[in-house]
Design a protein around this ligand. Structure first.
Ligand code: ADP
Length: 306
């Protein structure tokens, strides 16, 4: 099974011809609510590929929280350790997108920041029974660190996605990561290097590897990803397919969710093969609009991926 310790966010999206100025009220032409948050996105993708999944997270005791729990359940995800709190609202992202696709976004993490180490201890049974634990940085770093520590102590494989990245990430995060997976801009923040080509990503991956991860993967959008590991410390480029990208929002989360699925359910595949398949799944997700709405189900994918 895959357990995700991470975030849930409600996306409130307004589409407008142009972005409003300060103090201005304008009419938009469309509004929709989407389910987001890196943790839940990754969990949904893993679940849709057939993983047994649990989401350890915190939402508000409000209608967005109730709706989010319903969304997790509809994706077949266990919500036994999805907590609801009266002390904060469900995490929300207010997003305005203009006709050129430019956006302004305000994220209020809310209840996500109240997920604490006591909650994790309550969820210890589900963490210890998992094959793979996934976490990110949309909850407090102390909670992520405790989740990684608990997983490591139980021999559960850890997949850490340091997003959104912070420049002074505590060294324990690297040591506790079996697989450390980030995108180019996160790699830049973490290493201070410029990362805009596969070669540069390879160099950054080596820097991150030396901090103590077992495996480092840096995703490169349409270029696929770079991988490097302690057992094979020569950076390798894993290409993806050429597709017509419609909306790349959440592609990284689709990739991480797919990788979690392969680590848990196809552990005998080579790392390169897992990444090739994760690339293919994320490439499907960029071909339709939305975040979770664009994530493919097992039934939509070629059987050779399973
Ligand atoms: P993020 O969503 O975090 O910015 P990336 O842009 O690196 O992450 O994308 C993550 C993964 O999604 C890539 O490694 C690749 O597999 C897939 N992907 C993203 N954009 C494209 C694209 N234009 N064509 C094909 N695959 C893509």
């Amino acid at each position: 099974a895959v357990v995700v310790v991470g975030s849930c966010m409600t996306d409130l999206v307004s589409l407008t011809a142009r972005l409003p100025k300060i103090g201005e009220t304008i009419h938009g032409h469309k509004f929709f609510i989407g389910f987001g948050g890196k943790g839940a996105n990754q969990c949904v993708q893993a679940a849709r590929l057939g993983a047994k999944t649990s989401m350890v997270c915190k939402v508000g005791k409000d209608s967005f929280g109730n709706d989010y729990i319903e969304n997790l359940k509809q994706n077949g995800i266990s919500t036994e350790f999805t907590y609801q709190t009266k002390d904060a609202a469900t995490g929300a992202a207010s997003i305005i997108v203009n006709d050129e696709g430019q956006n302004i976004i305000v994220i209020v993490a809310g209840a996500n920041l109240l997920l604490n180490t006591e909650d994790l201890r309550e969820a210890a049974s589900v963490i210890s029974r998992a094959k793979v634990m996934v976490c990110q940085l949309e909850i407090t770093p102390a909670t992520s660190l405790e989740a990684l520590t608990m997983a490591r102590n139980c021999g559960v494989k850890t997949l850490f996605n340091p997003a959104p990245a912070i420049a002074d990430l505590a060294p324990q995060f690297y040591a506790l990561s079996d697989v450390f997976c980030c995108n180019e801009s996160e790699a830049e923040i973490l290493t201070g290097l410029t990362v805009s080509s596969p070669e540069e990503a390879g160099k950054a991956a080596l820097v991150l590897l030396r901090r103590g991860c077992q495996v480092v993967v840096i995703t490169l959008g349409a270029e696929g990803c770079m991988m490097v590991s302690q057992t094979d410390p020569v950076p390798k480029h894993v290409h993806t397919e050429k597709v017509k990208a419609v909306d790349t929002t959440g592609a990284g989360d689709s990739f991480v969710g797919a990788l979690a699925f392969y680590l848990a359910y196809h552990p005998h595949l080579s790392l390169e093969e897992m990444l090739q398949r994760s690339n293919r799944i994320a490439a499907v997700s960029v071909q339709t609009a939305g975040t979770q709405t664009s994530y493919p189900f097992k039934e939509d994918l070629p059987p050779t991926l399973f």
